[in-house]
Design a protein around this ligand. Structure first.
Ligand code: ARG
Length: 659
């Protein structure tokens, strides 16, 4: 009895109070939704300190790094930190077997040693404003025109900026977001991959953790401090705002928040959509297992191949492992069942009132029918893409953009091509099989076919193969499901609108869509399963515990080993005398947040977010308060690596410390 009463009281209290941990909040809504709740659990900041479009605020120090990561400005000289795995592709492209920055690490000891990275951009967000009112009553065509008009006006009002109208909540809400893009970005420093990627794929997505996942870049600007293409006359950018770096360390329960650019979540999708996603991802996992196995063997056998394929491998393996964890978590946490319960409750609520039935009708049914109709063609497209679509020689012979000769090894590609083609043929339905001009591709002739293509293939052969692949993927071919696409879009919008109306009055946040968000919570340990509890931090002792010179993923450079053994941590040691490597918070992040600053109650930098944990890999779909954690590298581990191991005191001197 007493218990029931408590539960009742607790649940009443929790209505209308934003959860501390769940939520990728929109910055313009902070004051309304989050400011007080943040202060209640320890924040000393106002919404205005974080986001203000008229004076400098924290958001001016947070950047989108490249297309898919986050970084932060940490000095008044435009120095930017992000994750090692975010700088990885750039560092790999700048490396050669002779100057292997990826393998050996690198620190510029002066500005003129910094290395331009062609194609790399850093983007600031200047402002965000709700423009839904101007767009919601329009049909598709009129809306598109209005969007162009809004962007054009914003472009004139903000010279040198890139305004974009972006949709939220499945097209129910629109914001005008004004960006400023810098494209002279230079590589400043990174630890060797053995540290920046310590633990490799084995530790990826897992706790406990000892990865020193950071890299450093610098933004350059023209003489007026504006974005400009690379020029040797460009100067380090003078930022509006840069973060102070805290040496204080973290304790359990400390307030912590993260700002960054989360990529994609699926929190406004139906159970059928989610099941479809998991099924497709499982197929991807199988195909990638085949490709990665061949690639990894070749990489281990030859350091030159290793460098060429390091980035391709890491990209493939990251999704591959994430989806395996996702599948496990979906089952263990009954994600589909819980989603179905939510749908049933929503449906009941809609059906109670005529006006609701008229507004949202059978949105769920329409979505689910579309997903079912689309399934065979979608599966086939993904199967082709993840197999034949990965034969690099096609891109080489057709002169595809994005093909890089420097990263290519024909014999590795040939072996991969044979393996993935066999996998394709084992899994494709006979009626969907790729149509070649002169023969039917079979398991019996596939190796010979690949050999012929690799030995004598012409540009025309490659084009023919590509055309056949596109046809099998259904590119340009309408199918039954495509005809339902408009209705599906409308139903998705209705579904999100219904969910919002159902929870009206509660703070809400839209799915991640690569726009800037904030998530807040605490430093917090967790229990992964019965009888096991994890600490909320790891120390350098674990680096030595995991060390294994015979395992590529767990090599420790001699100097790192020696300094840890000597306990030479300098000012970067915690008050307990240890060097803390990584720590946990209950923040709500996803891919794209990588490299995001973890900030304390005063907005000082305490770490870089870089991963999620294995037990809650369904987190893009549903937040798990008890299980879900964000894995962060302690900023003091980063600084120790730069200073004590790397000897780059020039960079340390640029920073402003809080002690
Ligand atoms: N799991 C990390 C993320 O998605 C990426 C880690 C990259 N490291 C790796 N071993 N592949 O942000």
């Amino acid at each position: 009895m007493k218990k029931t009463l408590t539960i009742l009281i607790v649940s009443i209290l929790s209505i209308g109070i934003a959860r501390a941990d769940e939520g990728m909040w929109l910055l313009p809504m902070l004051q309304k939704f989050n400011e007080q709740a943040m202060r209640n659990i320890g924040s000393r900041l106002t919404a205005d300190d974080i986001y203000n479009i008229n004076h400098a605020s924290l958001k001016d120090a947070i950047v989108q790094f490249g297309g898919g990561c986050t970084g932060e400005v940490i000095s008044d000289q435009g120095l930017v930190s992000t994750n090692h795995h975010c700088g990885y592709g750039s560092i790999q492209r700048l490396s050669t077997p002779e100057k292997n920055y990826l393998e050996d690490g690198f620190y510029a000891k002066s500005l003129d040693e910094e290395i331009p990275v062609p194609g790399l951009t850093v983007t600031f967000m200047k402002s965000m404003s709700d423009v839904t009112g101007q767009l919601e009553k329009l049909d598709d065509k009129a809306r598109e025109e209005k969007i162009k008009e809004i962007e054009k006006a914003a472009s004139e009002a903000n010279p040198g900026c890139r305004p974009r109208v972006i949709s939220f909540y499945n097209n129910n809400v629109y914001y005008l977001v004004v960006y400023q893009v810098f494209n002279d970005v230079r590589f400043v420093g990174a630890p060797p991959a053995s540290m920046g990627k310590f633990g490799g794929e084995t530790d990826n997505w897992m706790w406990p953790r000892h990865t020193c996942d950071f890299s450093l870049f610098r933004i350059y600007a023209d003489k007026d401090n504006n974005p400009a293409a690379y020029s040797k006359d460009n100067k380090p950018y003078k930022p509006v705002k840069s973060l102070k770096v805290s040496l204080k360390g973290v304790s359990e329960g400390d307030f912590a928040f993260i700002m960054g650019y989360p990529g994609r979540t699926q929190r406004f999708q139906t159970a059928a959509q989610l099941q479809d996603m998991v099924d497709i991802n499982n197929l991807r996992v199988e195909a990638r297992t085949v490709r990665q196995q061949v690639m990894w063997e070749e990489m281990l056998a030859d350091p030159v191949v290793h460098l060429k394929y390091a980035n391709k491998y890491a990209g493939s393996a990251n999704g591959w492992k994430k989806w395996q964890g996702e599948d496990l978590a979906f089952r263990k946490l009954n994600i589909i069942g819980r989603e179905e319960q939510k749908e049933a409750a929503l449906t009941k609520w809609i059906e109670k009132k005529k006006s609701r039935r008229e507004a949202w009708g059978d949105a769920i049914g329409t979505i689910d029918t579309y997903i079912a109709d689309r399934q065979p063609a979608y599966r086939n497209a993904i199967l082709v893409m993840e197999t034949l679509g990965n034969i690099e020689l096609i891109g080489k012979l057709t002169g595809a953009r994005g093909f890089r000769e420097e990263d290519y090894d024909k014999e590795v590609d040939r072996k991969i091509a044979k393996a993935v083609t066999r996998f394709y043929l084992q899994n494709v339905k006979p009626e969907d099989k790729i149509q070649l001009k002169d023969r039917e591709l079979t398991l019996e002739n596939s190796d010979a076919f690949i050999d012929r293509f690799f030995d004598n293939g012409t540009e025309q052969d490659a084009k023919d193969l590509q055309t056949a692949i596109y046809a099998a993927m259904g590119v340009g071919r309408g199918n039954a499901a495509d005809e339902g696409y408009a209705a599906y879009q409308k139903a998705s919008k209705d579904y999100a609108a219904a969910l919002l109306a159902w929870k009206k009055g509660e703070p809400s946040y839209p799915d991640a869509n690569f726009t800037m968000r904030l998530t807040y919570g605490n430093v917090k340990p967790y229990s992964p399963k019965d009888g096991v509890s994890y600490w909320y931090y790891c120390t350098a002792n674990g680096v030595l515990e995991k060390e294994n010179p015979d395992d590529y993923e767990f090599r420790v450079p001699e100097k790192v080993h020696r300094l840890i053994e000597a306990r030479d941590f300098g000012q970067y040691a915690d008050k307990d005398g240890q060097l803390h490597t990584c720590f946990l918070t209950n923040n709500d992040i996803t891919g794209g947040n990588s490299g995001s600053p973890v900030l304390d109650a005063d907005g000082n930098l305490i770490g870089l977010a870089f991963d999620g944990n294995w037990e809650s890999m369904s987190s893009d779909v549903m937040f798990e308060p008890d299980l879900q954690r964000c894995i962060n590298v302690d900023i003091r581990y980063v600084l120790w690596m730069i200073d004590k191991v790397g000897g780059a005191s020039n960079l340390i001197r640029e920073l402003e410390f809080v002690r």
